[in-house]
Ligand binder design. Structure first.
Ligand code: F6P
Length: 327
């Protein structure tokens, strides 16, 4: 008789650590995000049938056109986390300010940052997208949690992860003790472990960047891309950070979204996208940088702080940083 592999719930119970207020908290929080991920996954699979493709007709705080699934995903993740009673502050890419956590704003122990549906432009074409999250332990005590609890560098994050909605649905997380993958078995409705202690793949001479923007890039990035092309690198760009990151983690490579002449800080959000993925990259033996500084050392100055980011194989990130340090 075959014994099924541990599910996310069992694995997190067995792998909690002293940084949590209660041993079960990691399990409860991951379970909430995992449940939201199952719901989003099922909505995505039936999106065309349920008329939830396309624009919601609104823009988020940074002016991006909100897709219907952005709005659905944002509510589902927030509701799942609120139901735990453990979350005192939440901020997402789709909201200008902090999300109201009710009474738990005073009593909850954790703060969560998330991008409910990363890679929205892929939604309508059935290409991969994902949910990215990061969890901090609160700093304030006895008062409603506020910006001080959320505006923190990635090196203070307790947990980071993502749910990737691709040819299968993968739940990935780290709590500072390696990176682990779970695959959603849709018949069981459960995430089963498929890879423990994932290591970042060696350099495979792959780069992922929107080179269509290169007319606006600065010299270090132009010189770097000319160099990697002269070395015979392959370009692979899905257009959803979480999907490009996941592929490069498994197969090797570097993802680059530079600042450029019209957007000096690039496009990506430090809190909702970059810091959580940087934590995962480092835990897997990879790296993440803004060209000069490790992403996890950057102090956010606002919830929607943007930053250039280069992430993936550590040697590839070091090579890129060399072009920036010579500038
Ligand atoms: O930040 C959102 C995002 O959709 C990322 O997931 C993705 O990598 C990037 O933007 C794509 O941007 P562009 O369409 O400019 O290449």
């Amino acid at each position: 008789m075959s014994v099924s592999p541990p599910n996310l719930f069992q694995f997190a119970m067995d792998n909690t650590n002293d940084e949590f207020a209660n041993p079960s908290d990691l399990t409860v929080l991951l379970n909430a995000i995992g449940s939201a991920g199952k719901f989003i996954s099922s909505e995505i699979n039936r999106a065309a049938l349920r008329d939830i493709f396309g624009s919601a007709g609104s823009a988020n705080v940074t002016g991006d056109d909100q897709q219907k699934l952005d709005v659905i995903g944002d509510n589902v993740v927030a509701e799942a986390l609120l139901s735990t009673g453990l979350v005192c502050a939440m901020s997402s890419e789709e909201n200008a300010g902090l999300i109201d956590c009710g009474d738990a704003a005073v009593t909850g122990e954790y703060c969560v940052v998330y991008d409910p549906v990363d890679g929205s432009s892929n939604i309508d074409v059935a290409a991969p997208i994902g949910t990215i999250f990061g969890i901090y332990r609160r700093l304030s005590e006895g008062v409603p949690a506020g910006d001080v609890d959320i505006l923190r560098p990635g090196n203070e994050m307790l947990v980071a992860g993502y749910v990737l909605y691709g040819s299968s649905t993968i739940f990935c997380y780290t709590s500072g003790d390696g990176v682990h993958f779970f695959t959603l078995d849709p018949t069981l409705g459960d995430y089963l472990i498929t890879e423990e202690n994932v290591r970042s793949h060696g350099s495979s001479h792959v780069y992922s960047a929107n080179e269509g923007n290169s007319g606006k890039w600065h010299d270090p990035d132009l010189n770097w891309v000319e160099h990697v092309k002269s070395e015979g690198y392959s370009g692979r760009y899905i257009g959803a950070l979480v999907a490009d990151f996941h592929r490069n983690l498994m197969k090797g490579g570097i993802y680059a979204y530079p600042g450029d002449k019209s957007s000096p800080d690039g496009k990506l959000r430090l809190l909702f996208e970059c810091a959580p993925l940087a934590f995962i990259a480092e835990q897997a033996g990879g790296a993440a940088s803004n060209g000069k500084t490790a992403i996890r050392n950057i102090e956010p100055t606002q919830l929607h702080h943007r930053t250039p980011m280069y992430i993936g194989n550590a040697d590839e990130v070091a090579l890129l940083e060399g072009f920036h340090s010579r500038a």
